[in-house]
Design a protein around this ligand. Structure first.
Ligand SMILES: [Zn+2]
Length: 262
């Protein structure tokens, strides 16, 4: 009998998958794929609009969970979704309802895109929130941008030096072979986004080979949303890495990091 190992895609955008690729929901269920949906909203022109988007996202996750998909979410202000009228002081109230929701595993996705002052103050406030009571038992998901990846990752890690107390529950995502060693050296968890537009499977295998002592801190994902990628499921089902390594990259590490049940 063939067993189907469970999979966790550690970073997707479930609301966008439902909108653009609804036929993928039964596909994820059939592939025993749990998803963690990070927050990213397009066209957010006010705090009120952001708040409505976040409520819709939570409702989407609850609806899909009721329909049998294993799914969770992170709530946060992505650097490309910062409402113009948002002040750092207002962030705790903006995310409070979500952080009270058991399906919300933490704060994300947050981070720097261009590294300007505004992005930094919003990121800093969200990292501070990560230390506060409503988020103390939850994780923090940090994005790194496609442009200027090594320099922006270095800037992000410089900011994170003030938050080393979060390192057991903070993942820096979209790492590449240029950036993963810095992230792991700093003591954080590392995400690798596996898709034709980010990191290829061959590159991921090279990264993992170079980090053989620390592969237990690395988790794979697709960042699927308006574009859907099968890479995590396909690579997990392949046999070109030892089975314990595949289980670690595509399930066990994310399960440990997110403290998922089961
Ligand atoms: Zn994302």
């Amino acid at each position: 009998m063939t067993t189907t190992p469970p999979i966790i895609d550690s970073h997707v955008h479930l609301d966008l998958i439902v909108r653009h690729h609804p036929q993928r929901i039964p596909w994820l269920k059939a592939n025993h794929c749990t998803v963690v949906s990070w927050a990213y909203f397009e066209g957010v022109d006010s705090v009120a609009r952001f708040s409505a988007c976040l409520d819709q996202k939570a409702a989407c996750v609850h609806t899909q969970a009721a329909g049998g998909l294993n799914c969770y979410y992170l709530a946060g202000v992505h650097p490309r979704s910062i409402p113009p009228d948002l002040t750092p002081e207002a962030i705790a109230a903006l995310l409070a309802r979500a952080l009270d929701d058991p399906r919300c595993l933490g704060i994300g996705e947050i981070g720097l895109e261009t590294g300007d002052v505004r992005e930094k103050e919003i990121l800093y406030a969200q990292l501070e929130l990560g230390r506060s009571k409503p988020a103390r038992t939850k994780v923090v998901g940090v994005h790194t941008p496609r442009a200027n990846k090594p320099a922006m990752t270095a800037q992000t890690l410089t900011m994170l030096e003030d938050f080393s107390d979060l390192k057991e529950r903070l993942v820096v995502d979209h790492c590449t072979h240029h950036t993963i060693a810095q992230v792991l050296d700093a003591g954080f968890w590392a995400g690798i986004t596996l898709s034709p537009v980010k990191t290829s499977w061959d590159e991921m295998k090279r990264i993992v080979a170079g980090e053989s002592a620390r592969f237990g801190r690395i988790m794979g994902n697709t960042d699927s949303g308006s574009e859907f990628f099968e890479d995590v499921v396909r690579c997990r089902r392949g046999h070109d890495l030892p089975e314990p390594l595949l289980a670690s990259l595509f399930h066990d590490t994310a399960k440990r990091f997110y403290r998922l049940p089961g």
